[in-house]
Each structure stands twice: as C-alpha cells, then as structure tokens.
Design a protein around this ligand. Structure first.
Ligand code: MN
Length: 485
C-alpha cells in the first residue's frame, strides 16, 4: 500500500486514527425490555415502562442480543469474554429518561480481535479491534416538528447496540473507509446489524491525531462524533489531520476536544473541550447480574457461523480461479456472492465473473435496480455463458442477446431462437462470404499483401458484417489468413 504522507513546506506528517462504531443489533425486541424494535412505527409506539424509565422498573437481559454480540465477536476474530459486566453510565439528556445508560465498561463481552481490510491496490492490512461491548440506544430528539419545541420519540430507547472500538491502526482515510466497508459486509453476512449508515444503524466516531512522519509518538487526539457516511469519515480524517498540522507548524498546541464534522463545509468545529468533558460516574449496574457464558455456548454459536467474506474470497480465488480483486468485489455482498455461485455452477467461473462484473453490473446500474430485482436470473446468465462456450453465438452477438435478456427477462436460448441469431459455423457458408469480400476490394487486398497488416481487421469486420454478426470469428480469421496469405 502506498503510504499516505501529508507533506508541507515545513515537513512530512502521518495520520494516526482509530474508530468507535455503534452498530444497532438486529433483534425482535429491545436489549432490556420486551418492546418491539420494528422501524417505522408511530412515535412512542414501542415503549415499555422500562424504556420510559418509570420508577421501580427493572431491566431483563435479552439473550438474543447476547447471541448476536457473540456471533459478531467471532466474526471480528476476537476473544469472547466468558465473564462480562454491565455498568451504569450516568448523564442527563432528554432522550434518556432513566438518567443513565446501561452499558459495559471494565468487562466488555468481546476482547481483542482483528479485521483484514482490502485496499485499492490489491493489498490487505490487518486492523486491530480493541474491544466490543453491548449497551442500550437512547431515544431520538425531533427538532423539526415545531419551531420552538423539541419532541422526544422513545421508540429507539433501549434498542441493543454493539460498540466496536478499533486500535489506532489507521494511517490514511482510505484505510478507514475500507475498514467500514469490510465491517459492514461482515455484519450483513452475519445478520447481526443491517449496516445502514444513512439510517443511523451504524454510527461512527472518529479519533484523529498526527505525528511527524516516521515517529512513533502518540500526540493529542480529537474526536469527531457521529459521522454518518463513509465518505464523510474519510473527509473528516483528512481535514482534521490538516488542521492539526497547521496548528503544530504555527507553534500551537492541539487541545483534546470533541468536535463536530460539518458535511457542507467538510470542516470540523469544536463541540466541547476536555475541561467540560463528561464525568459519567460509572459503577456496576445493580439491576443486572454479571453475564457468564460457558464454552459450550460459545462453541454452539461458532458452529452456526456462515462463511464470511474473507473465507469466501479465498475459496473463489483458490477453487474457482478468480483474481483476488474480482473475488473481493463479488464477495463484498452476500447476495452477489450467492448469485455468482449459482450462475457459475458447472461452468468457467472466470467467464461468469467477467459477465457479472461487466455487462451485468452495468445493466443494474443503468436500470437503477437492486440485484434481487434483476430481470436476468443467475441461471440465465450462466446459460448465456454456455451458449458462447458451445459456439452457438459469438461474443459480440452475446452482448446483444444480454441486452434483450435484460429488457424482456427471457432466457438466452429463447432469444437466440426467436431472432435467428445462431452463429454460422458452416465453413462452406463463411468461405463464400470471405470470397465475396476479397473479390470486391482488390485494392485493399493489394495493400494488405503489400505490407499494410493493419487491414486484416477490416477484412474480418466486412465478413462479419455480411453474416449479420453471426459468422464464427475464429473460422473467419482462419479462412482470411489462408486466402490472403
Ligand atoms: Mn457507546
């Protein structure tokens, strides 16, 4: 990977960045109550007395959330802590009716792990996971209903979250973006979080500092809260790093502070300084017992794990002969990988991958369709590749057939039959066309034989045109070579 170095007139700098990502757990009910987590209900429709912080209400731990967290921990190649503890994080905010959040502090459910990220130059880099703990989400403040009032919707209050904290291993915006992409892919494969940053089900805090290039010191960092797209995370890192460098180069000092990323200007601005930092007065949660898991439980979850993107990618490279890049693109999304496997079954997988990543993706893009709504099924894409392999149609005709498949949803055989597109492989018929072309342009024949080798393609084109694109190009080439000498 090319190093990301920020060079100024005064020196060279490098970025040190770590991420904290809050991921909403997919579960039917909330973390500490039986209320539904369903999205899109009317405000305060899914609120139990526990979620509303009514006096005397006691939380009960939803074991489905624990199950999802253990699965995610295994997906992050992380240590599952058999002993973990819940803790109270005290703060006051209108969307937190209890006045505290039940989270984990000293003893998180998941310990150190690592995630391999795929970089644009084809290399990979391991990013360390520091820990992952589980906690409850807060409600939502709605500021856009009335100009002078704020409304509170507690439907989200108490929904389970996994907070994933990385080590400060990112050295460039690209690495952070690639990590988020990989994390989202793993979570979606596992079915533990839907990973939609724009809907807030995955929210990212970004910690940034800089240091002189080549040094190993760790300087004061600043944190940008709730950056809500991968693009903005990358922008925030770049611009915050540049701000630090400017301060240092002008003899200033960076204060530890929480900052806000403004998507419009791309800049960050201060939210609160360290001296105003929260004192959360953490203490062990008295209403929940420590969580104790045994090996049998962890092994059972492990046995339910699906094949994750890295393993799938390695298998596609090793067993199906795909390039690492193609395998990475295809495996990023579980549905795409399944579609590919179905289309490639019993066929030349590389040819299927080329069609998938070329014409097929371009078609979805152009028609603004999701894979699941594709008019071309995996079976039909596979059959199209078969028709080419079996010389029923040539590559050029196949492109036209594909367009018709996308427009009609029909199978390639039906289209070839209907439109009479079968390739002409009858040597005698092609030879007649070759002879016609040669006879009709003696001046080009003379030029070619006189040394203008580039004219060969022109002859091929003329013969194909006469056959309405149906002549087998291999036979055309062979006959032309024989006849032109
Ligand atoms: Mn948190």
């Amino acid at each position: 990977m090319a190093e990301y170095v920020i060079e100024t007139a005064k020196g060279k700098w490098e970025v040190v960045c770590g991420l904290e990502i809050h991921c909403q757990i997919i579960s039917k009910s909330k973390m500490y109550s039986g209320a539904s987590t369903e999205f899109g209900a009317d405000a305060n429709e899914h609120v139990s007395f526990v979620d509303a912080g009514m006096p005397g209400m006691l939380p009960t731990l939803n074991m489905e959330c624990v199950h999802q967290a253990v699965k995610t921990g295994l997906g992050l190649n992380a240590k599952i802590n058999k002993y973990s503890e819940f803790a109270r994080k005290n703060y006051f905010y209108a969307d937190l009716p209890q006045g505290y959040q039940i989270t984990q502090f000293k003893f998180p459910i998941v310990g150190e792990g690592k995630v391999s990220v795929d970089l644009s130059d084809g290399t990979t880099k391991d990013i360390g996971i520091e820990r992952m703990h589980i906690e409850q989400d807060a409600g939502k403040s709605l500021h856009d209903i009335a100009p002078d009032k704020t409304f509170i919707d507690l439907n989200r209050a108490g929904v389970g979250l996994m907070e994933i904290v990385t080590k400060p291993d990112f050295r460039s915006p690209e690495e952070a973006g690639a990590f988020l992409k990989k994390l989202r892919s793993i979570l979606r494969y596992l079915g533990t979080c839907d990973g939609n940053m724009d809907e807030g089900s995955m929210r990212c805090d970004v910690n940034v500092s800089v240091r002189p290039y080549g040094s190993d010191e760790l300087r004061t960092r600043c944190e940008m809260k709730n950056v809500n797209s991968m693009k903005f995370v990358m922008q925030a890192i770049e611009n915050e790093a540049k701000r630090h460098i400017e301060v240092y180069e002008n003899g200033g000092k960076i204060e530890q502070e929480t900052r806000q990323f403004d998507p419009v200007s791309g800049q960050t601005k201060v939210m609160r300084k360290k001296e105003f930092a929260h004192d959360y007065r953490y203490f062990p949660e008295p209403d929940l017992l420590p969580l104790q898991l045994d090996d049998a439980y962890i092994e059972k979850v492990r046995s339910e794990m699906v094949e994750l993107p890295d393993a799938k990618k390695a298998r596609f490279v090793k067993e199906l002969g795909l390039t690492p890049y193609d395998a990475m693109v295809i495996c990023e999304n579980k549905e795409t990988a399944a579609f590919f496997e179905k289309a490639a079954e019993g066929r030349d997988a590389k040819k299927v991958a080329n069609w998938l990543m070329g014409d097929f993706f371009a078609m979805l893009n152009e028609k603004k369709l999701e894979l699941k709504d594709s008019p071309v099924s995996a079976e039909n894409l596979g059959k199209l590749v078969d028709l080419i392999s079996k010389d029923v149609i040539n590559g050029k005709t196949a492109k036209d057939v594909f367009i018709m498949m996308a427009d009609t949803g029909k199978s390639p055989e039906a289209i070839v039959e209907e439109k009479g597109l079968k390739q002409v492989t009858d040597t005698g018929a092609i030879e007649a066309l070759v002879d016609e072309v040669i006879a009709s342009s003696p001046e080009n024949v003379a030029a070619y034989q006189g040394g203008k080798a580039g004219l060969f393609g022109w002859f091929v084109g003329q013969v194909l045109k006469k056959s309405q694109g149906k002549a087998n190009p291999g036979i055309v080439n062979k006959l032309l070579k024989e006849k032109l000498g």
